[in-house]
Design a protein around this ligand. Structure first.
Ligand SMILES: [Zn+2]
Length: 265
């Protein structure tokens, strides 16, 4: 910008007429729009996910509660770091299930809720999709942390990178609290169904046809992961998941991964 033009701009600015100048040098300095993160606290609305019994045979923690607790902390943390966050539910009530036949298969199942989640994430134009779950096994000794992504999508490399970062950061944050979680690795979502299917919220659409009775007309359009943070079926890890500081540590793990993902991108 030459000296005269700068002087002229200063004058306009002083007169409060700056906006009259057709080319705003200020525009280039404006911050980029905040990244949008869609968080899906797994289950809810009557679907409690894994419901393990404690040592006394009673249920005092459900997976849905743990998922929500972590997700609310994660949302708060990401917002404080400048992200726009949308949650698929903010309390225990909003279902991933009926009452609408969202996927159009003529039935009311939890897949209607999952299709709603997918549709909402797409409508929100999210940059990333994060589904927060916790694991369970009939073997009480099973424990540790794993993160899923879908290798069958056009943005699989991005999802895989986010999965790697998320796993590393969660394990690291848990370690800082004194718990060395077993690193179970990142996994392609098809391993869950013995290579015969995908996680609904991460996998490709089946169109409007049924595949093994699963109708999945619309797919998520952004890189995404599903974290299985700890095992609610393991007594030690269930006790950890009840703790506020542990939930906060897990949320930090997810958030740090998001930060690093965009730093590298
Ligand atoms: Zn789950």
């Amino acid at each position: 910008m030459d000296k005269h033009r700068r002087t002229f701009l200063k004058l306009l600015s002083a007169l409060g007429l700056y906006s009259l100048w057709p080319i705003h040098p200020v525009v280039a300095e404006e911050k980029a729009a905040p990244k949008i993160i869609y968080i899906n606290p797994g289950h809810g609305g009557g679907d409690e996910g894994a419901v393990p019994k404690n040592a006394k045979g009673a249920v005092d923690l459900t997976e849905a509660q743990a998922n929500l607790g972590i997700s609310l902390k994660l949302a708060e943390l990401l917002r404080s770091r400048g992200y726009t966050v949308i949650l698929s539910r903010e309390d225990g009530g909003k279902a991933e299930g009926p009452p609408e036949d969202t996927n159009g298969d003529g039935r009311f199942t939890n897949r209607d809720g999952l299709q709603r989640v997918v549709d909402e994430a797409n409508e929100s134009k999210a940059d990333l999709f994060i589904s927060v779950h916790n694991n369970a096994s009939s073997a009480k000794s099973a424990h540790g942390t794993e993160v899923y992504y879908c290798a069958s999508r056009s943005f699989a490399d991005k999802s895989k990178r986010l999965a790697r970062l998320t796993l590393a950061h969660i394990v690291e944050e848990l370690k800082k609290t004194g718990y060395e979680s077993l690193n179970r690795g990142i996994k392609n979502d098809t391993v869950l169904y013995r290579n015969r299917g995908h996680l609904f919220v991460l996998g490709p659409s089946t169109g409007t046809s049924a595949w093994r009775r699963i109708v999945h007309p619309r797919e998520t359009k952004m890189p995404g992961i599903l974290g299985e943070t700890l095992f609610v079926s393991n007594d030690t890890e269930a006790a950890l998941l009840r703790r506020d500081d542990i939930r906060a540590a897990i949320a930090r793990g997810y958030a740090d991964a998001v930060d690093e993902y965009f730093q590298e991108a």
